[in-house]
Design a protein around this ligand. Structure first.
Ligand code: SAH
Length: 213
């Protein structure tokens, strides 16, 4: 992973002003965000905007989330170094990379074949050996690797897919935007204790729609 690059100053400033100053204190998350070269996850034409405080287009009508939202979602699932995580909606691969800086292994699924190929290529080039990518509809999760301590869904669902709830480990944490497509959704934290689901309502967000094959 590149430790220094011409965007490093911008990246450190992003972490300070957009994340730390907004009250996020988890050092694992802050360190991960300082490390992952976000400018390499956006199209070349947007590289100079990569560290700005908003989402950016990544082609195919999809977006890479605003840096703060990535940090927020990573923080809320309380990542630990022994954990196994599942992400639905690889997109650029940025969220997967941030998470992979902290946890043991990230499994990630992307439904748009071109994005699945590009992100898997990018993550390989950047040296992430603890991320496994696959093309497909994330609705069914990834039963071969379940249960997952962490599940992050980065596309808006109207209802949380039952297979994903089933694949959440005991004491696991899932974060997911719930609501109608093309409107404001509610970010929810789903936890599982003694097999029972608890839902916490977090904040309002805007995500691209969850699609089906
Ligand atoms: N996490 C991404 C941003 C994701 S945008 C990043 O860090 O860049 C949401 C992504 O979810 C899009 O790429 C979209 O194609 C994908 N997606 C939507 N529905 C999906 C599904 N059912 N299974 C897998 N991926 C899906």
């Amino acid at each position: 992973m590149p430790q220094t690059d011409k965007f490093e100053a911008a990246r450190l400033k992003m972490v300070k002003t957009q994340i730390e100053d907004r009250g996020l204190t988890n050092t694992d998350v802050l360190e991960a965000m300082k490390k992952v070269p976000r400018h390499l996850f956006v199209p070349r034409t947007y590289q100079n905007e990569a560290y700005n405080d908003y989402p950016l287009p990544i082609g195919y009508q999809q977006t890479i989330s605003q840096p703060f939202i990535v940090a927020y979602m990573t923080n809320i699932v309380k990542p630990g170094k022994e954990m196994k995580a599942l992400e639905i909606g690889t997109g650029s691969g940025y969220q997967a990379a941030v998470l992979a800086e902290i946890v043991d292994h990230v499994y990630t699924i992307e439904i748009i074949p071109e994005l699945a190929r590009e992100s898997s290529e990018r993550l390989k080039q950047l040296g992430y050996q603890n991320i496994t990518c696959k093309y497909g509809d994330g609705y069914q999760g990834w039963p071969e690797h379940a249960p997952f301590d962490i599940i992050i869904i980065t596309a808006a669902v109207e209802n949380i897919p039952q297979p994903l709830i089933d694949q959440l480990a005991e004491k696991g944490r899932m974060v997911v935007p719930v609501g109608k497509p093309h409107s404001v959704q509610e970010l929810q934290l789903i936890t599982k204790k003694h097999g029972k689901i608890n839902i916490r309502h977090l904040t309002l967000v805007r995500f691209v729609p969850f699609m089906r094959l």
